[in-house]
Ligand binder design. Structure first.
Ligand code: ADP
Ligand code: MG
Length: 586
């Protein structure tokens, strides 16, 4: 039996273990369906050692018997208390490593004695040495310590040939770092690194906790909120609820913070139930994201490079699932980041790839199931400065790992709007009508007294069988309609970034301008005019005679059909309808 070397991401918040077998990278499950081990250690009241989720659960009740974020202490000559004994940071880390070793052994059915362990690029020699010692205490020979951005780049780039430069943006639970790396085959060089090791998803949670406390104060008064602040258990519960809400907001426009019996105050129970909208949450965390963007520019300057030298941005760390992160990166750097590898697992995957290279394994690229298409709907918004009713709003973007569910909020356009047409489109164009319409349904019977701006939540779910389920729901009343569409070839096996290369080849084959048919802004302008014309015709329809009515309906239909054809056709049908209107009005 070949000797196994595992790859371990020993994180501040979470840790993972991965291995390469038969050329495939596999992150090993910690428990049923869970591949992430919280980096927490605790001692139960009966003296039992708790590692991972069990320690995290205990933290809510017994914070003093639980240790978290030990990685921050690595390399310091300090001790932390656990129960009535003191332990070095190496010893606490070793408890986490030993648990990962046991899990790997159970899964592989053979002893595991060697590991590659990752550390942040900024770790000093003393911190690296402490990590090595932690491995040894856990019974692991640490065959190599590698940098986290190096590991992440290996996971994204394995199998890719040729030199390129990447920005590795890593936002974890309590630390942020961004590195500029140079990649060439299996060799990754960190050119510059910058960050803040007290910035991460925990800060986002804290802003939501503050929001909840403000709400409790407004509802129950200052005394109650002070009582909550003084209760370690109530605060720990708020923290968990805040993190859950944050994670929900990565996929949905609203999240509920609900904790029953948070506290007894003067004999009265205090409950929390408040909704948080993504837009408000994003405003709370915007300053943190701005700080990460500043750090990104500093790292680039440190590498003596500019944005134009960068070939790609790689997302690493659980907190990069926050949609605002990718959006702000794209806005400021002009490049959509890659996030198709699970951001909390890719460092462990890269460590396993490095381990595989050392033990002489043949490694295929990392395989992930992603959607090759972008799916979305249409809404009224601004396109090139003009109001336009068919702006494409992507909900599931291409290269997103599937299965996936994403939802967004939309608003009704006018008072008493009774009906909404929901178009489902596949494509990349900002104008939905230039994409492929794959479905359409209507919600009828909205409340007659509903003001404009009523909230409508549309949700897209795509599963591994290529079934796209689209649901639209009026938030106030719960009125709901849905549609199920089967997508042909909905699943792609993305072998790192082979897909982009394929797309490039196809584009080259069809010539750069595949839209071809004339000026697309002209077409867009004509569509807006056409819709105005149709609206006018529909108004006239209400008072027209039966015979004129029939002509009008035909004219309207013709324009509608032409909307998703070419400009020529559209101009022709619009001309006929305009003539008819002129005749009827005269
Ligand atoms: P670390 O590298 O610090 O150990 P991770 O990369 O595992 O940490 O990231 C943990 C952070 O990611 C936590 O703050 C967690 O709440 C956050 N996180 C996990 N999933 C999501 C999500 N879907 N949306 C936003 N944040 C998330
Ligand atoms: Mg990490």
């Amino acid at each position: 039996m070949r000797e196994i070397i595992v790859g371990i991401d020993l994180g501040t918040t979470n840790s993972e273990v991965a291995v390469v077998r038969d050329g495939r990278v596999e992150v090993i499950a910690i428990s049923e369906g869970e591949r992430i081990l919280p980096s927490m250690v605790g001692l139960a009241d009966d003296g039992a050692l708790l590692v991972g989720e069990a320690a995290r659960n205990q933290y809510v009740l017994r914070p003093e018997r639980t240790v978290r974020s030990i990685k921050r202490r690595m390399g310091e000559a300090t001790h932390v208390a656990l129960g009535d004994k003191n332990y070095s940071p190496q010893e606490i880390s070793a408890l986490i490593l030993r648990r990962l070793k046991q899990i790997a052994e159970g899964h592989l059915g053979q002893p595991v004695n060697k590991a590659v362990i990752t550390v942040p690029a900024y770790f000093s020699d003393a911190q690296r040495q402490a990590t090595r010692e932690a491995g040894e205490i856990a019974g692991l020979e640490v065959v190599r310590i590698i940098n986290e951005p190096t590991a992440a780049a290996l996971a994204y780039e394995s199998g890719h040939q040729g030199a390129r430069k990447a920005l590795v943006y890593d936002l974890g639970g309590g630390t942020f770092d961004v590195s500029v790396v140079n990649l060439e085959g299996d060799v990754v060089e960190v050119l510059a690194s910058h960050g803040n090791n007290h910035l991460g998803g925990d800060d986002f949670d804290q802003r939501i906790v503050d929001f909840a406390l403000d709400h409790i104060e407004a509802q129950n008064g200052i005394e109650v909120v002070q009582a909550v602040r003084h209760s370690a258990i109530a605060m720990a519960r708020l923290q968990r609820a805040a993190e859950a809400a944050k994670i929900a907001l990565s996929d949905r426009p609203y999240a509920m913070l609900a904790e029953e019996y948070l506290l007894q105050h003067q004999g009265e129970p205090v409950h929390l139930a408040v909704e948080l909208a993504r837009a408000d949450y994003e405003a709370m965390i915007a300053p943190y994201i701005a700080e990460t963007l500043d750090a990104t520019h500093i790292a680039l300057a440190g590498a003596h490079l500019t944005v134009s030298d960068i070939d790609e941005i790689l997302l690493v760390g659980g907190a990069t699932r926050t949609p605002l992160v990718a959006r702000r990166l794209e806005e400021t750097l002009g490049m959509a980041p890659r996030g198709e590898l699970n951001p909390d697992l890719c460092v462990a995957m890269g460590a396993a790839i490095q381990a595989g290279v050392i033990s002489g394994e043949q490694i295929a690229s990392v395989l992930v199931d992603v959607t090759p298409y972008t799916f979305g709907t249409a809404a009224i918004s601004f396109l090139d400065g003009e109001e336009y009713p068919y702006c494409f709003v992507p909900l599931i973007r291409k290269n997103t790992p599937i299965p996936v569910t994403k939802s967004e909020v939309f608003y009704t356009a006018y008072d008493g709007q009774a009906r909404i047409d929901v178009g489902v489109f596949q494509g990349e164009d900002r104008d939905a009508l230039n994409n492929i319409e794959i479905g359409m349904f209507t919600i009828d019977g909205l409340r007659a007294d509903a003001p404009s701006g009523s909230r409508i939540v549309t949700s897209f779910s795509l599963d591994l069988d290529g079934i796209l389920h689209v649901t639209t729901r009026e938030k106030e009343t719960g009125l709901e309609r849905s549609i199920t569409i089967t997508i042909a070839n909905a699943l792609a096996r993305l072998e790192t970034d082979q897909l982009d290369a394929a797309r490039e080849r196809v584009r080259a084959l069809f010539g750069e301008d595949s839209e071809g048919e004339g000026d697309s802004t002209d077409l867009r302008r004509h569509r807006v005019e056409a819709l105005a014309l149709v609206e006018k015709a529909e108004r006239l329809l209400q008072t027209a005679s039966a015979e004129d009515g029939e002509d009008l309906v035909n004219g309207i239909e013709a324009v509608r059909d032409a909307l998703d054809q070419n400009d020529e056709m559209l101009k022709m049908t619009m001309g006929s309808l305009a003539d008819l209107l002129y005749y009827l009005e005269a």
